[in-house]
Unconditional design. Structure first.
Length: 336
């Protein structure tokens, strides 16, 4: 399919291909409309120019072709809507994964300007939350203490990092603490507004882990000829969010290129390295929600089932914050 390989990001979800297909159909239809209406516009410019028509006429257009064109457009649009959009929407929005599918249920609480991801822990029960307990630094969702509500004892709250397994349904209960945000994960073809005062369910399933997604996104980068000077510095700066996908000159795969690494590579005569985004699956806020909207982004960590279970079993014992996983500060300083 042209769309998925040419202008859309990779699709790693089970449902995304149907969305991509309708995006492609709509674009082709718009190409046809553009050519047709553009040609008609040019024809009118010539046919009804002032030189040939010194006096305007006020009679209705009686031509049959214009009526026929309108009818054809209405029919095609009706097919797109009734034949494609509504079924896709109905299928994916009316049928949340039930208990038989054992979905991973997660609360996502959006706020200016972060994503709080609340896991129920191994007991599968969300602990109670109270607004008065919210502490932006230590308890962003206002979770009660384990002694007050046993269900809260093993809960885990992650900020900006959404851990999930592949090949398992994920059911997100989406809400917002303050204004309207939009939970968007382009690679999973997910986008849903988060509305304060409402809890909106949204569900999806990933077919690829982060590593597999990086394999899809890997591409070669030509290294600068010298490891010193402006060109080298620019290269390192521009690629600081990417990692190497193979071992080069003794530098193991999965590394961010530093100036030192670059020197090692250039000295060893390496001219090109394969790289991919270090965090390939982004969560973005797709609703302009305030001054810090641009930095309201998170990352998905999609694991193999066993790796996820291993992470999840210990998650509740960790600190609330997981900042080492997500080094976004350098970028913030630059932007501000
Ligand atoms: Cu936002």
């Amino acid at each position: 399919m042209i769309a998925s390989s040419f202008w859309l990001p990779p699709d790693i979800s089970t449902h995304g291909s149907t969305i991509d297909l309708i995006i492609e159909y709509v674009h082709w239809f718009m190409v046809v409309l553009f050519i047709a209406w553009g040609s008609y516009f040019l024809y009118c410019l010539v046919r009804f120019r002032a030189g040939a028509n010194p006096k305007a006429t006020y009679r209705d257009a009686k031509a049959k072709p214009s009526k026929a064109a309108e009818v054809v457009v209405i029919i095609i649009e009706a097919i797109l809507l009734v034949g494609f959009s509504i079924p896709v929407w109905a299928y994916y929005r009316s049928d949340p994964p039930g208990n038989d599918k054992n979905p991973l249920v997660v609360r996502v609480v959006a706020q200016q300007f972060a994503w709080n991801i609340h896991y129920p822990g191994p007991d599968g029960k969300f602990g109670a939350t109270k607004p008065e307990l919210v502490d932006e630094a230590l308890n962003p969702v206002g979770l009660v203490d384990g002694s007050e509500d046993p269900a809260a004892a093993d809960d885990y709250v992650s900020v900006n990092i959404f851990h999930m397994p592949k090949d398992r349904d994920v059911l997100v209960r989406l809400s917002s603490k303050d204004v309207i945000h939009s939970f968007a994960v382009p690679l999973l073809r997910v986008k849903q507004d988060a509305i304060p005062g409402m809890e909106i369910p949204i569900w999806f399933k990933a077919e690829k882990t982060n590593e597999e997604t990086q394999e899809i996104m890997r591409r070669p980068f030509d290294l600068p000829e010298s490891a010193e000077g402006e060109e080298a510095e620019t290269f390192v700066k521009e690629n600081r969010l990417r990692i190497t996908m193979d071992e080069y000159a003794g530098i193991p795969a999965g590394m961010t290129l530093s100036m030192d690494h670059l020197k090692t590579l250039v000295d060893a005569g390496v001219t090109s390295v394969d790289m991919a985004p270090g965090f390939p699956v982004n969560i973005q806020c797709a609703q302009l929600c305030g001054l810090g909207h641009y930095r309201m982004k998170g990352q998905m960590k999609i694991y193999e089932t066993a790796d996820f279970e291993a992470w999840y079993a210990d998650a509740g014992k960790e600190e609330v914050f997981d900042e080492d996983d997500f080094d976004d500060e350098e970028e913030d300083e630059e932007d501000e």
